[in-house]
Design a protein. Structure first.
Length: 417
């Protein structure tokens, strides 16, 4: 992504905030200790990244509007010889400016942050926008919350949540963003083909998974969108199974839910195929029902439709299919064998934030992932594509990834002669 993209994101965000005078502060996040002197792999706060293109820890963005005047600052760590020797390079002011499009004279060192913040807040009345979204399971206090806590009760200062405004912008993707997801999907496609080519009874799930890892890195995607699900046989009936340590058995299916990440944009794809390259009649029957739901959802997806509506279509199709195949004995029983949503937003996060319940905006990217799970048969099937929502249709970004049962068998057979 060119720095013009991030400049544009900031401009659109600033225009969407309605306070007369405001200061908005966003933190990129810091390193988290894993054990001893090792840290977890650093993941930039995606709201921050959307507005800056910067992926370095401990960087702060400040946006100001006083009446008609807009200003922006980025605060980074200065060069540190020890850090450079032990850990590596940190962005210079020039590099941070080139990435983000913030003018180089407005790239400051972090020690100046408090002083600049005080200056910005000295105008009255003043609204301080902070990212105050609290994850349901968060077991930490974010930098945004800490700063809000510190500033609360100041005279003529109101504190407001920046999160909804950023998320609203993020939920409609530009063509450039959709292209990044598409490139991640293309790499994921090659990885999936490698999995189909190398599947064989006797391998551990993680051994087969390794072909995906190798392929996406070989093609230039260093990161995964999320931890790969490699679930064979009955493991596929656990939605988020990721132990990946069972042995592939002849006659079982394997379900892969995975994705490569390109410039932080995620692919999120599921494919299910037979370990030995041939579906059994029961596996095929279940597979075709899921595929039908997947196709119906795609045909109905477009701007203005809600995710709730797509879920209805999915439930309806799966119920019909399961009833007529005698796989369930009442419509209510569908809840036992299909127990998740068909769709979620995709973007910088695999489960990308999107305001709840809204009709899909043009530009949304969503998953299309119906599934059926029968522990009694040791069969779990999920087929997941990524859809780019346009005004009157959905562009299936993963249309080139094999999903017809016959084509999968043919493709796999070509490696097994
Ligand atoms: Mn998904």
């Amino acid at each position: 992504m060119n720095c013009a993209f991030y400049q544009d994101s900031r401009r659109r965000l600033m225009k969407s905030l309605d306070a007369e005078n405001y200061t908005a502060v966003l933190f990129g996040g810091g390193e988290v200790t894993r054990s001893a002197d090792e840290n977890y792999e650093f993941q930039i706060n995606t709201n921050f990244y959307y507005l800056t293109g910067v992926r370095q820890a401990d960087v702060v963005l400040m946006l100001e509007k006083h009446g008609e005047n807009f200003r922006e600052f980025l605060f980074i760590d200065p060069y540190d010889e020890q850090y450079a020797k032990w850990i590596g390079h940190r962005l210079t002011k020039e590099e941070a400016s080139a990435l983000s499009g913030v003018a180089v004279e407005d790239i400051r060192y972090r020690e100046e942050f408090e002083k600049e913040l005080e200056r910005a807040l000295s105008v009255s009345p003043m609204t301080l926008y902070l990212d105050l979204e609290k994850s349901r399971n968060a077991n930490y206090t974010s930098s945004g919350e800490s700063l809000a806590e510190k500033m609360r009760g100041r005279e003529a200062l109101s504190i407001a949540d920046l999160y909804p405004a950023v998320v609203t912008l993020r939920s409609a993707k530009s063509q450039e963003e959709a292209d990044a997801v598409f490139r991640a999907v293309q790499t994921t496609k090659a990885g999936i083909e490698s999995l189909m080519a190398h599947a064989a009874p006797g391998l551990y799930e993680y051994q087969l998974e390794a072909w995906f890892d190798h392929t996406i890195k070989d093609l230039g995607n260093k990161k995964h969108s999320f931890r790969t699900i490699a679930a064979s046989g009955i493991n596929a009936t656990t939605l988020h199974y990721s132990a990946n340590d069972s042995i592939l058995r002849d006659g079982d299916l394997i379900l892969f839910d995975l994705g490569a990440r390109e410039e932080e944009y995620c692919a999120d794809i599921s494919r299910t195929f037979p370990v030995n390259g041939r579906f059994t009649p029961l596996q095929r029957q279940i597979y075709e029902i899921v595929l039908k739901a997947n196709k119906r959802v795609e045909a109905s997806a477009m701007a203005g439709v809600t995710l709730g509506k797509l879920q209805e279509i999915s439930v309806e199709t799966l119920t019909e299919g399961c009833l007529s195949a005698g796989l369930i004995s009442s419509p209510e029983e569908i809840r036992r064998v299909y127990f998740h949503g068909v769709s979620h937003s995709i973007g910088l996060d695999t489960h990308d934030p999107m305001p709840r319940g809204i009709p899909l905006p043009e530009g949304a990217i969503i998953s299309n992932e119906p599934g059926l799970y029968f522990p009694e048969h040791g069969i779990g099937v999920r087929i997941e594509d990524d859809l780019y929502i346009r005004k009157d249709r959905a562009v299936n970004l993963s249309r080139d990834i094999l999903k017809e049962a016959g084509e999968i068998e043919e493709f796999m057979a070509s490696f097994r002669k």
